[in-house]
Design a protein around this ligand. Sequence first.
Ligand code: SAH
Length: 213
Amino acid sequence: MEDTYLHKGLRKKLIEDIQLKGINDHKVLDAMNKVPRHLFMDSSFVHFAYKDQAFPIAANQTISQPYTVAFQTQLLDVSKNHKVLEVGTGSGYQAAVLIEMGAQVFTVERYKILNVGAQTLLPKIGYKPHFFYGDGYEGLPTYAPFDRIIITAAASSIPEKLVSQLKAGGKMVVPVGSRVSQIMTLIIKTEENNYKTSEHGSFVFVPMLKGKA
Ligand code: SAH
């Protein structure tokens, strides 16, 4: 569980690269500079932790590319104390970034092995989101409404049930599209029964699937 000067140096370089690629929100860059990404990956992959690449984790899933995490987080526009729902805990890395930004994080994962893995790792390194094992398509009605919702898997259409769990004025960021590629979509809930959407380029995510696994 070490975060050495070497790791810190590689991480700083990665953050500079992401900045050059167009991420300019310093709250996002500072948060990502603090999270030891190498601890979220299998130890045999640590040498890849600070490359700007997605990487395999358990259950055939991936830890998103750092640039993609930064892009989604910047678009999400998180403030301190925001109540944030994340669909797709995966490694737990995105949840840690949101916590570094001062958010109160509720994260849902459909694979038990990933839910347990993140639930074991994150508190050990100082991050305490609320973990849930279940189908993120259902959201968390008991804890709704949320200020922000971030979906880190590819949805085939806008998940309306989740939009209904957003506060009026709230924002949701979700990649929407086919299995091959998706459009990063920002949803702003303008009032209780209304929302507007905008599109922010194409990305590739693992699919958002129904049910638990
Ligand atoms: N945010 C993660 C990225 C993980 S990849 C990280 O920082 O590492 C996307 C994750 O979404 C996968 O773990 C996948 O199992 C999960 N997922 C897909 N469909 C889901 C659903 N309906 N509910 C909850 N999680 C889901």
